[in-house]
Write a protein that binds this ligand. Sequence first.
Ligand code: ADP
Ligand code: TRP
Length: 332
Amino acid sequence: MSTSPEKNKTILSGITPSGRLHVGNYFGAMKQHLDFIEKGDAFYFIANYHALTSLRDGELLKQYTLDVAIDYLSLGLDPGKCTFFAQSDVPAVTELSWILGSLCPVSLMEKGVAYKDKVAQGLAPNIGLFTYPILQAADILIYHSDIVPVGADQKQNLEFSRDLAQKLNNAYGDELLRLPEPYIVKDVAIVPGIDGRKMSKSYNNHIFIFDEGKVLKKKVMSIQTDATPLEDPKDPDSCNVFSLIKLFAGKDKLAEIREAYEAGGYGYGHAKKELLTLFSGYFAEARERRRELEKDTDTVLDILRDGGRKARERAETVMQPIREATGIIRTH
Ligand code: ADP
Ligand code: TRP
């Protein structure tokens, strides 16, 4: 179900720092997050506990966490207008996750499609991966989130969150948790990778948002296309290069490129060069900001610290009544 966001609603979303962020992450998730900031009280966090389910290198996790923070800030996230933080700065989410897990039938998690997909892709089937949606539910429910903008692949996880909120409310009291509405972002096409499959770090077919120079050129030039000869007309709608161009080009430019495809005499090499120019221009400012922020990680950590404090305060207002209702004593 989709809902229209309203100003006074709490909006929440998270991104897992399990690698550097790519163009699919940007158009499929981050851009929506940035657009939503104006539409309510937004909470965005870096899901570093979730990343532990697939990453076993502490230094790398720290690096990816900081990278995601720098990426968001470079791409225009204004920390004055939302609460931006690391999941681990709100340890009470793991506490709520345990409480929800104690109410969650194993059979509910056994329905999880993301778990099955990840195991099929070769990830170790650990308990963290299996109960990933319970931690995700805690992330959402602990701030009394109203709206959770996510890609279509997260729909089932949001249904689990609603189920788990309902279970806790049924067991301990109706008002304890709020049932969030998913906001499944429509019109976001799956961004293809350089081999034409869904762009994903698991397929190693990605273009990172902050790729540049030779690395970027090499990736763009290796995007798979068919063998239509240069002089022949081409179908833009079945071309991977055009699918990517669509994300970066303005209306007029796009119409011009479409015409060139259909007229013939315009090769895939031309289209790739066009994509390279559009891509570089699109992220030029963000790239500049990133260069500055990379040199100033103290500021980035201060921003996360500030967001973490605000998020913890909100989380405590939701957790305290739950501790009382469930009988969890705290002496401090
Ligand atoms: P990956 O497939 O690289 O592991 P993630 O699953 O970590 O990416 O993706 C984080 C978010 O980015 C997802 O919720 C999804 O909505 C979005 N996303 C990832 N890849 C794409 C893509 N190719 N097209 C559109 N959205 C994507
Ligand atoms: N599972 C999400 C993803 O892979 C990341 C995430 C963790 C999340 N907790 C969340 C998203 C809470 C929205 C709300 O993209």
